[in-house]
Design a protein around this ligand. Sequence first.
Ligand SMILES: [Zn+2]
Length: 210
Amino acid sequence: MLLEKVIAAPLDNNAYLIVDESSKQAAVVDPALAGDKLVGLAEKHGAKVLFILNTHGHPDSTADDDSIRKATGAKIAIFEVEAHRLEKNAREGRWFLPAPPPAVKPDVLLKEGSELKVGNLIIRTLHTPGHTEGSACFYIESEEALFTGDTLYAGSHGRTDTFGGSPAKMVFSLRRLKEFPATTRIYPGHGPETPLGDATWISDLMYPVL
Ligand SMILES: [Zn+2]
């Protein structure tokens, strides 16, 4: 697997391009506003983007979903209960983006355990609510790679105090992720990558009192 990361303004979102080198098939994870750069990187590697994977529906993560689909013909995928956000984002003024993203209808509705093939890579969907109701992580077991969006960062987790967030579900989701091998590489939606084994703080998290 070849992995490219672009850090996209204005909120320093990590946008990833995953390329299976043998087949030259590729996927984007959380494009943010890095669409042009990601499409350029795919062209540089001679790769065809098959999927645009969204860990969740917040506009800072999904802003260039539509532009990449138009440029490459890739299919937009998001967890099923999160899909409504891709349309709603267009109607909400967002102070941090230069313009509201267009309304987007996803092509693929992911479920717990859904598997997408990108060449020899199998990308498995894990439903990890907490940051939003339909947040998901994407796991590539053969590469020991886990894309965690705004669920798990190096040393912390995403916020749980906005619409659809749940501190209790976040704790449940983080504990679930902690069961994966300690050597798993975490590729988060913001900040540096980290080995899962460093996330010892998850074991100390208490369920919030509701
Ligand atoms: Zn978010």
